[in-house]
Every structure is written in structure tokens, then in C-alpha cells.
Design a protein around this ligand. Structure first.
Ligand code: ZN
Length: 221
């Protein structure tokens, strides 16, 4: 299973294995070629009935835990996840009310995983650009929230269709790269013309995260 960016694996004894891959983590089936040198970045391995599942993580920002099923008190970010982006519970008005409940920057709210689960730095910049919402906005209007809701679904659906965004690290289960890095409209396009209004995109830092936005069509009210 999955909740936001957490992978949830039910175990035979009723417990749950929780894996958050962080920036560079991935699960894969072990290469059983004994002639190859051991991979120093494999941090954990599980013996399965028909092979070995490995967790590989170069930078070690990931997390692994075993918890009683559904008990996430030791993992506060997981415990506080908002609705899944493609569930009916993620709807424009509840999303607007969730955003209004806090006065931190809208981008920081998205990255908190509380208004909606699963939106990271790339998809936050993409969705805010698509919706025409300034990433540092502290008050989002109802129409802006509705546009942002639709934009989040659109950029995540596109990312999934394209197999993920591989700027450097992301690999799928088979070790393959995604293709979504070729379809980004905003993220990583600092100083290049906005695809909507041709204003050069600007890079700034919001909530300690690099952020790209269009000063022409993502205005602070
Ligand atoms: Zn623009």
C-alpha cells in the first residue's frame, strides 16, 4: 500500500513495514549475480520466499520502521497526512478550508502534507504555476484553491503517466528513469521565459526550499 510518499507493507504477523524513500531511496529486487561487488548503498534487505528485496539509499534521507498496523504516532508526518490527491476526500472546498486554517506560505503548507498528501517540491512548484498562485501567498481565495486543487491532480497525473521525474536520483522499481523531467513547465526553469506570459521565471527560497515561480502570472495579492 501507499500513503502520500510512504510505502506500507503488511507483514504476516499483523505489523506494518513503513518505508519513506526520502530523496534517493529505492526498493528493488536484489541482483543475484554473485560475481558483482556488493553495493555499499544497500542499507537494508529482506529475505522473501522467492528472492531478496533491497532498500538502496545513497544519501540516507529515507526512513524505515516497523509499527503495529496503522499506528503512526512515532511518525508524525505520516500520522498527519491529508487526503490522498485522487480520493474524493480531496475536494476544492475542504482543501480551501484546510489552507485557510494556517497562515504559513501556501507552498510550505503543501510540503507539510497536511492539506493533501504526496506533493513534494517539484510538483508543488508545477501546481502553483499551473494554478497561477504565488508560492508565498498566505491567504488563498476560494477560486485560487479550486484552481490549485485541479492543478495538483493534473501535475501528479502527468508525473505518474510519465513514470516519475528523474532529475538525478529517482529510479523506478526496475531501476529505470522517469520521463517527466522533460514535461516540467516551471520547476528548474529559472530565468527562462514563462510558457504562459514570457516573463522570466524567478528563483527564490520559501520555507528553506528552492522555489521557482513566474513574477508575471503568479502575483501576490
Ligand atoms: Zn507567467
Amino acid at each position: 500500500g501507499r500513503r502520500g510518499k510512504y510505502l506500507l507493507v503488511g507483514l504476516d504477523d499483523g505489523q506494518e513495514l513503513v518505508v519513506h524513500p526520502g530523496m534517493t531511496g529505492m526498493l528493488r529486487i536484489a541482483n543475484d549475480d554473485a560475481s558483482e561487488a556488493p553495493d555499499p548503498y544497500v542499507r537494508a534487505a529482506w529475505q522473501l520466499d522467492d528472492g531478496v528485496l533491497e532498500y538502496r539509499d545513497v544519501r540516507r534521507f529515507g526512513r524505515i520502521a516497523v509499527v503495529p498496523k496503522g499506528e503512526y504516532a512515532s511518525m508524525p508526518t505520516l500520522a498527519a497526512q491529508g487526503p490522498e490527491p485522487f480520493d474524493d476526500a480531496f475536494a476544492p472546498d475542504p482543501f480551501w478550508r484546510a489552507l485557510r486554517a494556517s497562515s504559513v506560505h501556501v507552498k510550505t503548507q503543501l510540503l507539510s502534507q497536511r492539506p493533501v498528501a504526496g506533493v513534494g517540491n517539484i510538483y508543488a512548484d508545477e501546481a502553483l504555476w499551473l494554478a497561477g498562485v504565488h508560492p508565498a501567498a498566505r491567504k488563498v481565495t476560494r477560486p485560487q484553491a479550486a484552481r490549485l486543487h485541479d492543478a495538483i491532480r493534473q501535475v501528479l497525473a502527468q508525473g505518474i503517466d510519465n513514470g516519475g521525474t528523474t532529475l538525478r536520483d529517482y529510479r523506478d522499481f526496475t531501476g529505470g528513469s522517469g520521463e517527466n523531467q522533460h514535461a516540467l513547465s516551471c520547476y528548474g526553469r529559472d530565468d527562462q521565459p514563462c510558457l504562459r506570459c514570457a516573463t522570466p521565471l524567478r528563483r527564490t527560497v520559501i520555507g528553506a526550499r528552492g522555489t521557482t515561480y513566474c513574477p508575471g502570472c503568479q502575483r501576490l495579492r
